[in-house]
Each structure stands twice: as structure tokens, then as C-alpha cells.
Design a protein around this ligand. Structure first.
Ligand SMILES: Nc1ncnc2c1ncn2[C@@H]1O[C@H](COP(=O)(O)OP(=O)(O)OP(=O)(O)O)[C@@H](O)[C@H]1O
Ligand SMILES: [Mg+2]
Length: 190
């Protein structure tokens, strides 16, 4: 089984993936950002402090890793870049987050204002979800703790031989939250 966990930076991908890996027997987590770092797959750091990733090279590195590991383990791929890569994957989980909570988490990381804004826009327009759905028909957007638990139970049930009923495949709109943000006195120029 190859599961991808994606979403805007700081939505909680690694935390969710760790819980999933603890519940899913014989699983191996692959953090895409670690692969970028380990193989220095970026050309430079841009104006807002983000790595400009060599996407084609990253894609082939991850494909090679998948080929090497998929016969041995269930794989959990984790990262915000996943929707922009062409990868073999059975199921994608897109984590969503309340926009104000996202602001708090990104500010706690001391990201520059422009970087917080960029990620807020990505989350608002569901960049990861829209892209992920183009690549994988089994793409689930989730946000609440209950949805996370249901998703882990479902994924764990797949290789068990008696799969549970699949969760509802829905789109989570951030329109109301965005409207609230743009009509409030926000410092992100939104
Ligand atoms: N369910 C949760 N409830 C409260 N806080 C959470 C939850 N999940 C994650 N967090 C917190 O949010 C922050 C970001 O979480 P995490 O590192 O899992 O996100 P990420 O999506 O993997 O980020 P990145 O894209 O940078 O790798 C961490 O401080 C984490 O403790
Ligand atoms: Mg992470």
C-alpha cells in the first residue's frame, strides 16, 4: 500500500503520518523534505526563505525509493510537494486546517509575512487538494480529529483483507474562513 499525506506547510502532516505509521503494520514513512535535504535537491533559497526544489530530480529520487521499498513495506509518503510530483500512490490524504490556526503555527515558526501569506493563499484555494485529485482518484480531504481517526482506521483495514467502508470523498471549502479574514484587519494584505 502506498499512501501519501500532503497539505499546506504546518497543517500537521508529519504528526498525522506518525500516528498512521504506528497503526499500520509494516509501514515505512518517507519525508519528502528529508530527501530534498539529504540529496541537496534544490538550486537556491528564494526571497522568502523557501528552497527552490529541483522537482524532476526529486521525482526520480522518490520513484527509485518507492521501487526499492514497496515490496518490503507499506509506504507513507509525507510532504507538501507531493501533489506536484508524478508518483505511484494508491491513496492520498490531504490535511486541511483552520486559517487562523495556520497563521498561529506559521508565525510560531517565525516565517516572514510574505511566506505566511503565500501559505495562507495555498490553503484558502486548496492548492494541494486540487492538484492531488488530478493525480490520484483516491484523494481524501480531512480536517477534524474524528476524520483523522476514521481515515487511519480505514487505511489500516485495507491490507487487513477486510477493508472498511471508505470515508466520504469531499471538498473542504475555506471560503467562509477566507471571507472572515479579508473583512478583518489582517496584516497579510488579503
Ligand atoms: N492535531 C493537532 N493538534 C494540535 N497541534 C497540532 C496537531 N497536529 C500538529 N500540530 C502542531 O502543529 C505544528 C505543525 O505540525 P507538523 O509538523 O505535523 O506539520 P507538517 O504539516 O508536517 O509541517 P511541514 O509541512 O513543515 O512538515 C507542530 O507544532 C505540531 O505540534
Ligand atoms: Mg512535516
Amino acid at each position: 500500500l502506498i499512501v501519501s499525506v500532503t497539505g499546506t506547510p504546518a497543517v500537521g502532516k508529519s504528526s498525522f503520518a506518525k500516528k498512521l505509521s504506528e497503526a499500520l503494520p509494516n509501514s515505512k514513512m518517507i519525508e519528502i523534505n528529508d530527501v530534498v535535504e539529504e540529496h541537496k535537491l534544490f538550486s537556491r533559497i528564494d526571497e522568502i526563505g523557501s528552497k527552490v526544489v529541483k522537482m524532476k530530480e526529486l521525482e526520480s529520487e522518490i520513484q527509485t525509493l518507492i521501487e526499492k521499498e514497496e515490496k518490503k513495506s507499506n509506504l507513507i509518503l509525507v510532504g507538501h510537494l507531493i501533489p506536484d510530483l508524478n508518483l505511484k500512490q494508491d491513496l492520498v490524504v490531504v490535511l486541511r486546517l483552520n486559517l487562523n490556526t495556520l497563521i498561529e503555527r506559521l508565525e510560531a515558526r517565525d516565517y516572514p509575512k510574505e511566506k505566511v501569506k503565500e501559505n495562507l493563499v495555498s490553503e484558502s484555494v486548496d492548492y494541494c487538494g486540487v492538484k492531488a485529485k488530478e493525480k490520484c482518484p483516491q484523494t481524501y480531504e480531512i480536517e477534524t480529529d474524528a476524520e483523522k481517526e476514521e481515515m487511519i482506521d480505514y487505511i489500516v483495514s485495507i491490507p487487513s483483507g477486510s477493508p472498511k467502508k471508505a470515508p466520504e470523498m469531499k471538498e473542504i471549502s475555506k471560503f467562509d474562513e477566507l471571507l472572515e479574514l479579508v473583512t478583518s484587519d489582517n496584516k497579510y494584505g488579503l
